[in-house]
Design a protein around this ligand. Structure first.
Ligand SMILES: [Zn+2]
Length: 153
């Protein structure tokens, strides 16, 4: 992926920039993700916290439940149009940018899928993708490793 990556919300009130290499990209098929996107799954691009900044505007936030129930997790969204921009979990070195908010979505290729036990029945997975029934229990390490290998291929 060529840096910087830019993106924003649907109404244009929020614009952001990613200046550091994303750590991985995966699809989340959890029931929460389906509700959050009003769709079948969300695409999460993990970005180092210090590699993400707002160029215009800023998000409103609300707290959502974390998978572990321990850390505080916030949803960041545009107060005008409602576009979900990212999820920010307290203490994580990265934030989870909702990849559908990027300007260039033509070559977004996720390396894996999580919470597939809730995936819609018509979803087709590729053989070379990492598949997790629930959340990965390795701190997303395999997803990051697979992403790094793909980026260097
Ligand atoms: Zn907006």
């Amino acid at each position: 992926m060529k840096l910087p990556l830019r993106g924003g919300c649907q109404c244009g009130a929020i614009r952001f920039e990613i200046t550091k290499k994303p750590l991985t990209l995966y699809c989340n098929h959890s029931l929460d993700s389906q509700q959050e996107t009003s769709s079948a799954f969300s695409m999460s691009l993990l970005v180092p916290r210090d590699g993400f900044k707002y160029l215009k505007g800023g998000p409103k936030t609300f707290e959502i439940k974390n998978e572990t129930g321990k850390a505080k997790k916030s949803a960041l969204f545009c107060e005008k149009c409602g576009t979900r921009i990212a999820h920010d979990t307290e203490g994580n070195p990265s934030i989870s940018v909702k990849a559908g908010s990027l300007d260039d979505r033509a070559n977004l290729k996720p390396v894996g899928h999580i919470w597939v036990k809730h995936a819609q029945g018509w979803t087709v997975f590729h053989e070379d993708e990492l598949i997790y029934e629930e959340a990965p229990d390795d701190g997303y390490f395999a997803l990051m490793e697979r992403w790094a290998a793909q980026e260097h291929a």
